[in-house]
Design a protein around this ligand. Structure first.
Ligand SMILES: Cc1cc2nc3c(=O)[nH]c(=O)nc-3n(C[C@H](O)[C@H](O)[C@H](O)COP(=O)(O)OP(=O)(O)OC[C@H]3O[C@@H](n4cnc5c(N)ncnc54)[C@H](O)[C@@H]3O)c2cc1C
Length: 381
């Protein structure tokens, strides 16, 4: 147990952390509650910073080989068309990416428990006690030197030990897959209007990923309630209406060639904007579990990988004394992400206001080069 770490969640953040911990010689267990491959609400695009981070984990060339290159952004902002060139990025399905990352963590020596759900029970001065439950009903308790919560937006159960600094609010995510003959490969399509925004991209297996952040018209409590009640396809409130709203945004976009067929059931998320206390004692949170802003700039995976690697380094560097790990992480994480979160909030606030949208659309449709500093910031800093 002395230096053994548990990572709860085997998404991009959890796997990155486990991979880095193994490369620093730390014993690590990963508990993932779902069987992989699994789909999730995501735009599935990775830009330059994300690819550089994947290089540190020796995953870049695998991602570049198995994903599809993206080099163009074709958007409709309140009905006005804007086209921008992008530095090379990658579109890759989360089924394929997350499965490979978790497999690499296992190959590097991490012990993977899946499908196993984990819960933190108690923080002790010298360890963290946890409960693990396998889907077939077995459960057991384990003590770890430190625990990393990487359980994404549904990090329920962490509120008691890592309380909200900002409770979940704002838009919610919705996504489904479809087929389309009319979408160019290598182009990220986006449309936004009063209802929120939708992104479409072709994936490596020829499906089209359609992911949206839909604005909240109802109260936060009502939304959370609806999301909790909804079942996989067409439950009350959340799903059926999410798809109608996505279709409406696409129709308003006046890009008629966005025709799709054979849609899968819609997946949704709770409200996206949130911030959690990053750590306490020997417990820390990374990726979406630590906080999230919005998906317009498509950086969530990058933030997850960045925080996973940094958390692993902090654990490895503090392995002689892990008692103040959470407090150190609470200083480090906000500094690591502050600039990116601010840029992301600024872009989405501008796009949410009709006036802001008109100004951006009028400017960028005439002078697309003016987007270059933001694109550069998102891809290279
Ligand atoms: C509409 C939308 C579009 C987006 N588009 C993009 C994009 O284009 N590019 C981008 O980079 N990001 C995008 N994102 C953000 C991105 O999807 C997330 O930021 C990213 O997946 C976060 O990774 P994570 O590892 O923190 O969480 P997740 O990927 O959610 O992984 C968490 C894992 O933890 C597991 N888990 C949960 N609870 C437990 C438990 N108790 N025990 C064990 N396991 C558990 C879950 O099953 C899950 O596999 C988008 C998000 C939305 C909503």
């Amino acid at each position: 147990m002395e230096h053994r770490v548990l990572v709860i969640g085997g998404g991009v953040a959890g796997s990155s952390c486990a991979l880095r911990l193994r490369s620093r010689g730390i014993d690590v267990h990963v508990a993932e509650k779902l069987s992989f491959p699994r789909a999730k609400v995501c735009g599935c695009c990775i830009g330059g910073v994300g690819l550089d981070l994947l290089e540190q984990l020796s995953l870049r060339s695998w991602v570049e080989t198995h994903g599809l290159k993206t080099s163009k952004w074709s958007g409709s902002i309140g009905g006005t068309r804007v086209e921008l060139s992008l530095p090379d990025g990658i579109a890759i399905s989360r089924e394929s990416l997350d499965t490979e990352m978790l497999r690499r963590a296992a190959d590097a020596g991490a012990e993977i428990f899946s499908p196993v759900s984990a819960r933190v029970d108690q923080l002790l001065p010298d360890s963290v006690t946890t409960s693990l439950s396998a889907s077939e009903g077995t459960s057991w308790m384990e003590r770890y030197a430190a625990v990393v919560v990487a359980s994404g937006l549904n990090a329920s159960g962490s509120q008691r030990l890592l309380p909200w600094v900002e409770k979940p609010n704002g838009p919610f995510g919705a996504a489904f897959f479809a087929r389309s003959d009319s979408l160019d490969t290598g182009t990220i399509y986006m449309a936004c209007d009063d209802d929120g925004y939708v992104g479409l991209v072709r994936l490596e297996d020829n499906r089209v990923d359609i992911a949206a952040a839909l604005s909240s018209r109802r109260s936060r409590e009502q939304q959370i309630h609806e999301m909790r009640d909804a079942t996989s396809a067409g439950g009350p409130g959340g799903f059926g209406s999410a798809k109608d709203r996505i279709d409406r945004i696409l129709m308003h976009s006046r890009l008629q060639h966005w025709q799709y067929h054979d849609p899968t059931p819609v997946m949704t998320t709770p409200p996206l904007r949130r911030l959690r206390r990053p750590g306490v004692g020997r417990l820390i949170a990374i990726g979406d579990a630590a906080g999230y802003v919005e998906p317009f700039t498509g950086e969530g995976m990058t933030w997850g990988i960045l925080s996973g690697i940094a958390a692993a380094d902090l654990i490895a560097d503090s392995s002689n004394d892990l008692s103040g790990l959470g407090e150190r992480w609470s200083q480090q994480l906000p500094a690591l992400l502050r600039k990116r979160r601010l840029a992301c909030r600024a872009v989405t606030s501008l796009l949410r206001s009709p006036l802001g949208r008109r100004a951006i659309a009028a400017t960028l449709s005439q002078w697309p080069g003016l987007a270059a500093p933001l694109i550069h910031h998102l891809n290279r800093t």
